[in-house]
Design a protein around this ligand. Sequence first.
Ligand code: IMO
Ligand code: MG
Length: 406
Amino acid sequence: MVDVILGLQWGDEGKGKIVDYFAKDYKVIARFQGGPNAGHTLYVKDKKIVLHQIPSGVFHEGVINLVGNGVVLDPVVLKKECALVSGFGVDLKKNLFISERTHLILPTHRALDKAAELSKGNEKIGSTLKGIGPAYMDKTGRNGLRVGDLLDKNFTSNYIRLRLKHQKLLDNFSFNEDISAWEDEFFEAVELLKQLNIVNGEYFINNKLQEGKRVLAEGAQGSMLDIDFGTFPFVTSSSTITAGVCNGLGIAPQKIKEVIGVTKAYCTRVGAGPFPTELDNETGEQLRQTGSEFGATTGRPRRCGWIDLVALRFACMINGVTQLVMTKADVLDAFKELQVCTLYKINGKESREVPFQMTRVNIEPQYKSFPGWNISTSAAKSGSELPEAMKNYINFINKNFFYSIA
Ligand code: IMO
Ligand code: MG
């Protein structure tokens, strides 16, 4: 069977760490969407590592890591990451596999991402500028190049043809930065990529399943950044939810068993877009500092706020979450009082639902207040060691994450 670990908020919920924690119980860890916009932080031998393209199970011996067809792959980022991971003695020939259907991020995709964001002025999405949106546009627009195409003798001419198309778009944006250094890097990195294990991902993973091997699908970003159900247009360009596992790996829905949703004990968002429980004040700053809330991919300060149960229930409903993991609750150790958003008032009316367009309505989050615990819990190893006030806080969320019409 396939279990899934994914983020329920706006990304950065701590998915990488949770995948790393559970990885030893699985034979295959597979990324099913997103690209180097992800920043999954792990600690290996006390060293901090941020993975962008390679699945978070890569440091476990005997665990196979698959980059699925739903991912967009930047060979340059991958090359750097391979060097980093190999430095820890990991044999990537043995445990990294890449689907031939995975779409490539080209240097011009990065340029287009930058040009498009610049042209948006105040309406910027706050993209990581890794070329994600343009690469997925070329996928759905039926122009993109895939990893399997690298092995074709016509790759360079196909590349040049697509590059010319991109150049016309860049000219429209009046974007004229010299990207020739990016292209040199790209073609060097492609040589490394060609030497890795390029496989037919859908047979690869279904064969593992038939052999009875356990598969863990690792999500990137979060449900509120999903292309369909997130806070559009302030979203990423892929299907970040459980449904994305099926088309991002070639797995049938009946194969999916546990859906482990990861949420922080509070909320963060990096980049622009609606965030009803945001605290643009000292409390938000305290969350940012205590939780080291700075982007793992871009270093940007993350926006911080209280946990939002309306958004969380929505995400749990859409994903079919069966288990909830809460991370970073110890960041709340020093707060005297905590708030949990249980309802929205939308244009003055109470609602339990995430509205179609959060930016077009006035959302006033309704809070339930909880006393803080004011002692350090970072060293606690089991639930019984936690202070009563913390257990209350966790239990309340645990009882309220399922959406129901009542
Ligand atoms: P992980 O996997 C948090 C955000 C960007 C921006 C929007 C669109 O580490 O949780 P994109 O580069 O995808 O075009 O950016 O999505 N974003 C993330 N925020 N964590 C991530 O990944 C993110 N990946 C993209 O900040 O607002
Ligand atoms: Mg991250």
